[in-house]
Design a protein. Structure first.
Length: 440
């Protein structure tokens, strides 16, 4: 196998890198060629998660550089503090000298090109393709595509965040040598009626460069993770190579097996918040008849700070009670419902983004709590030992979990691309996660 040179656009905390590691690849098998990530905390988290794979990790590249010069650098390369716009000098100075030096070192050590709009084709340094396999991944912003967003779309030259996709086209057109493989991930709304025209333009652009595109919607439950999180993947390969999306046969465990038995009281909702949920004025009544149907444990989609929207998870017994939850579109919650234990007291599968999830626990009636950040990362397929490397605040950990990609999906895709036996490695990962759940 050629050495894989990974280039992660919109890198986040590096789920793509994590997938290669969990597949058993080592430094001799692959290299972090470069990443593109502009958000300050994501830059720090990426480095902390992957520093064992990074050269010169103990060297201080910021030594001798003043705080003002560091701030000048961050402004010039376009670092962001809020995920939406480049940071101001005032905002950067508020982070403090220690964080500024850590971020500078993280950028240098990961060869982070920072702002996608400033990247040029030559920056990717794609050479000697006979010996190296170049893989570009790009999970570009979904806010303007998502059904939960505001629907601005991804048209070229409109200035939307999702429109940053076309920066990828520009960069590829500037490359003297194209990477052999591209992997895109985004929300399924990318191919709905509002966005399909632009998505087809993107596919055509790749075809004209010589790529063959393979597209599929993948869900987490097919890869051993108890949450749907349906996402669209497109694998684009040069030279008419064939590709098949992964298929695995994994015994899916219910959600409760991924959750700690006891968590701090801070994760439980207050009485006032529970009252708001009980009085929720919505077509969906997630807590209706909760005492009557003990078999049902909804998981709600919320916004941080207040209840704003919901999807409900049910286990197999609830199918006996048609009409209990009135969902438009006849959505199917639980394909393969017979795979779950009948006596489960928690929802077996999580449909929502983990950073926004509530779970119901039956304790002298019921209580509601949010998932812990650690549980969120488990549901994205991260080992506890890697979660513990994260250094940011609890709020930012939630954000990072919600923004990342379910790792076992990527393990399957990369396994198919590079001829790696991935199914057993995904099973081993899930077992590792479950072995670290805190029980009695």
């Amino acid at each position: 196998m050629k050495k894989i040179n990974l280039i992660e656009f919109f890198a986040g905390v590096g789920a793509q890198h994590m997938a290669l590691r969990y597949l058993g690849l080592t430094k001799k098998d692959y290299n972090i060629q470069s990443i593109v990530e502009w958000q300050f905390d994501s830059i720090l988290e990426y480095y902390e998660l992957h520093k064992d794979h990074i050269r010169h990790r103990d060297y201080d590249y910021s030594k001798g550089i003043s705080v003002d010069k560091l701030v000048d650098y961050f402004v010039r390369v376009g670092v962001s503090l809020d995920y939406n716009k480049p940071a101001s000098r005032v905002g950067l100075k508020r982070r403090g000298e220690d964080d500024l030096r850590k971020c500078y070192n993280a950028i240098i050590k990961t060869n982070n090109l920072v702002n996608i709009m400033n990247v040029r084709g030559e920056d990717l340094y794609i050479v000697d393709k006979d010996k190296n396999e170049y893989l570009i991944t790009y999970s570009f912003p979904c806010q303007d595509l998502s059904n939960a967003g505001i629907g601005k779309g991804m048209k070229r030259d409109t200035g939307t965040r999702s429109g940053l996709l076309w920066e990828v086209e520009r960069i590829l057109n500037e490359c003297e040598n194209l990477p052999q493989t591209l992997v895109m991930e985004n929300v399924p709304a990318i191919h709905n009626k509002n966005n399909i025209e632009e998505f087809e333009k993107w596919q055509k652009a790749l075809n004209e460069m010589g790529y063959t595109n393979y597209i599929s919607d993948l869900v987490g439950t097919d890869f051993g993770v108890p949450q749907k999180r349906k996402r669209t993947f497109m694998v684009s390969v040069l030279n008419d190579r064939d590709f098949n999306f992964p298929e695995v046969d994994i015994d899916l465990k219910p959600l409760e097996m991924f959750l700690d038995k006891y968590v701090d009281e801070e994760y439980y909702l207050s009485f006032e918040t529970v009252e708001r949920v009980l009085g929720w004025n919505s077509q969906q009544k997630p807590l209706k008849d909760i005492d009557k149907y003990k078999e049902t444990s909804p998981t709600l989609l919320t916004s941080i700070g207040k209840i704003s929207a919901a999807e409900v998870i049910v286990n197999e017994k609830t199918f006996k009670y048609k009409g209990l939850y009135n969902y438009t579109g006849g959505r199917k919650f639980m394909e393969g419902k017979d795979r779950y234990k009948e006596d489960s007291k928690l929802a077996p599968v999580l449909l929502t983004q983990p950073k926004q999830a509530l779970v119901i626990l039956y304790e002298e009636g019921f209580r509601l709590r949010i998932l812990t950040p650690n549980e969120c990362f488990r549901l994205m397929g991260f080992k506890d030992e890697d979660y513990k490397k994260l250094v940011s605040s609890k709020r930012k950990k939630y954000h990072a979990a919600g923004d990342t990609i379910i790792v076992p999906k990527l393990m399957g895709i990369f396994g198919e691309l590079f001829g790696i036996d991935y199914e057993q490695k995904i099973k081993d990962l899930i077992n590792n996660i479950l072995d670290n759940v805190k029980g009695d």
